[in-house]
Design a protein around this ligand. Structure first.
Ligand code: FCB
Length: 446
C-alpha cells in the first residue's frame, strides 16, 4: 500500500488559516465592518457570544506565527485577505493601511522561504455590500472582481498563485439558506442565486488574474456522497444531494454547465439569477488548480419529511471528531478517483487546501489529530498512486482559531492558543507534521 512517504518529490507542504478566524484587530487601521462582525453581535448567533474581534491577534503577532510556520518547514501558507480591510465599504476608495498589512505579511513569508497562497474571499463580506443584498445581488460579483484587481496589482509581483473563493457551498448554505453563519439568512433553496453570483465573481476575477499572468484556483468543500442503502429512493436522494453540494460548484467551472437541480425544485435559471453568457464567464477562464477542502463523507437517505428532498444520516461504525464529523480517510481516495471518473481531462491538478480535525483541548498528546492527518495523507497517497495529480496539502489549521458559529470551542490547530493570554504552544501534532515534512523531503530530493 502506498503511504504518505510516497507522495511525489516537490509536493508542497502547507498550513491554512482565514482572516476573520485569526486576525482580530477589527477596528484597526481603517478596516470596515464585515458580515461576521454584525453576525457575532446578534445574541445567540455564535456559541457563548464569542466573536472574532481579537481572535489570535494575528494582525499584530504575525511575525511570531510565521516563525511557527518556519519551524514546521512549510513550503506554503494559505491565508485569506479581508476584503473590508482593503475596501472598507466593499467598493470605492482603497484603504492603504489595510493593503499594507498584506504587503508586510507577504514580504515576511517570502523572507522565511514560505510561498504565500492568498484566498480573496473567505466569508467576511464588507457589511456595506451586505446592506445592498450581499451575494444575492449580482453587483457583488463585479465589486469582487474590482477588489481582486486592486489586491493583485499590489501583491501580484510576489504572489504567483491565488484562490478566488473559499467554499461557496458552505457560505451559501450556512450563510444564506440555513442562517447558521453570517449573514444569517434563511432562504432555503432560494439562497442559490448567492451561489451563482459567487461563481460569477470567481469567473470575472479569474479573467483579471489571468490577464496579469497569475494562476487561479477555487477552493471547494467537496464530499463523497453515499446512499444509506441500495434502494432506488436513497440513490435518488444521494444524487440530489451530490448535485447541490458538489456539482453545483464544480460543473459550471470545469464543464461549462450547471447540473440538473430539478429534484431540488430549483429552476434551470436558478430563480432568474443566470443571464445569457454567465456560464461562459464562469467557465472560460479555466482553472489552474482545483482547491479541495476535505473533511468527511456524507451519507444520504430518502426524505423522511416533505421539507427537503433528502435526509442527512449518520455514518455508522466510524470514529467521530470533537465536532462530531465522521472520520473515514479512504473516502478521500474515493472522492479523488470519483472526480477523475466524472470530469476526466477537465479535472485540473488538485491541491488539498484544507484538511484536519478538531480535538478536545484536554486531549494529550493530541493523538486523534495525528491519526487523522496520517490516515488522510495515506489516503491521498493512494489516490496519487492511481494517477491523480495532487500538488500539495495545506492542513487546517496552523492555529486554534475562531471556528465560526462554534466560537473558540473547536480546536483545529497544530498550535494551541490560550485566548486569554495569546500564548502559542505547539501541540504534539506540530512536532509530528514537522518531522513528516523533513522525512518526506529527505527521502524525495527534488
Ligand atoms: C471549513 C472552513 C474553514 C474552517 C474549517 C473547519 O469549512 O473553510 O474556515 O472553519 O471548515
Amino acid at each position: 500500500m502506498p503511504d504518505r512517504f510516497d507522495l511525489p518529490a516537490g509536493f508542497r507542504w502547507g498550513a491554512a488559516t482565514a482572516a476573520y478566524q485569526i486576525e482580530g484587530a477589527v477596528h484597526e487601521d481603517g478596516r470596515g465592518p464585515s458580515v461576521w462582525d454584525t453576525f457575532c453581535a446578534q445574541p445567540g448567533a455564535v456559541r457563548d457570544g464569542h466573536t472574532g474581534a481579537v481572535a489570535c491577534d494575528h494582525y499584530h503577532r504575525y511575525p511570531e506565527d510565521i516563525a511557527l510556520m518556519k519551524g514546521l518547514g512549510l513550503d506554503g501558507y494559505r491565508f485569506s485577505i479581508a476584503w473590508p480591510r482593503v475596501l472598507p465599504t466593499g467598493a470605492g476608495p482603497v484603504n492603504p493601511a489595510g493593503l499594507a498589512f498584506y504587503d508586510r505579511l507577504v514580504d515576511a513569508l517570502l523572507e522565511a522561504g514560505i510561498a504565500p497562497l492568498p484566498t480573496l474571499f473567505h466569508w467576511d463580506l464588507p457589511q456595506a455590500l451586505e446592506d445592498e443584498g450581499g451575494w444575492l445581488n449580482r453587483d457583488t460579483a463585479y465589486r469582487f472582481a474590482e477588489y481582486a484587481a486592486v489586491v493583485a496589482d499590489r501583491l501580484g509581483d510576489r504572489v504567483p498563485a491565488w484562490i478566488t473563493l473559499n467554499e461557496p457551498f458552505v457560505h451559501t448554505v450556512f450563510g444564506y439558506a440555513l442562517g447558521t453563519h453570517a449573514p444569517g439568512r434563511t432562504l432555503m433553496f432560494e439562497a442559490l442565486p448567492a451561489a451563482h453570483h459567487q461563481l460569477l465573481a470567481h469567473g470575472l476575477a479569474a479573467s483579471l488574474l489571468h490577464e496579469r499572468g497569475l494562476e487561479v484556483m477555487l477552493s471547494n468543500n467537496l464530499t463523497p456522497v453515499e446512499p444509506a442503502s441500495d434502494s432506488a429512493a436513497d440513490a435518488a436522494a444521494a444524487e440530489a444531494y451530490d448535485a447541490l453540494h458538489n456539482r453545483l460548484f464544480t460543473d459550471p467551472v470545469l464543464l461549462g454547465r450547471y447540473p440538473d437541480l430539478t429534484a431540488l425544485g430549483v429552476p434551470d435559471d436558478i430563480f432568474g439569477a443566470i443571464r445569457p453568457g454567465d456560464v461562459d464567464l464562469i467557465h472560460a477562464p479555466g482553472l489552474d488548480g482545483l482547491g479541495l477542502n476535505f473533511y468527511n463523507p456524507t451519507r444520504v437517505a430518502a426524505p423522511s419529511s416533505p421539507d427537503l428532498p433528502f435526509d442527512l444520516v449518520p455514518v455508522p461504525d466510524v470514529p467521530h471528531t470533537a465536532f462530531g464529523w465522521p472520520v473515514v480517510p479512504e473516502s478521500l481516495t474515493r472522492l479523488l478517483l470519483g472526480l477523475r471518473d466524472f470530469y476526466g481531462k477537465a479535472l485540473p491538478p488538485v491541491t488539498i487546501t484544507e484538511n484536519g480535525c478538531s480535538v478536545e483541548e484536554s486531549t494529550d498528546p493530541d493523538r486523534p489529530r495525528i491519526d487523522y492527518l496520517a490516515t488522510h495523507l495515506d489516503a491521498l497517497a493512494a489516490a496519487v498512486a492511481e494517477g491523480i495529480d495532487v500538488r500539495g496539502y495545506y492542513t487546517w489549521s496552523l492555529l486554534d482559531n475562531f471556528e465560526w458559529a462554534e466560537g473558540y470551542h473547536q480546536r483545529f490547530g497544530l498550535v494551541h492558543v490560550d485566548f486569554a493570554t495569546q500564548r502559542r504552544t505547539p501541540k504534539a501534532s506540530y512536532a509530528w507534521y514537522r518531522d513528516l515534512i523533513a522525512a518526506h523531503r529527505a527521502s524525495r530530493p527534488r
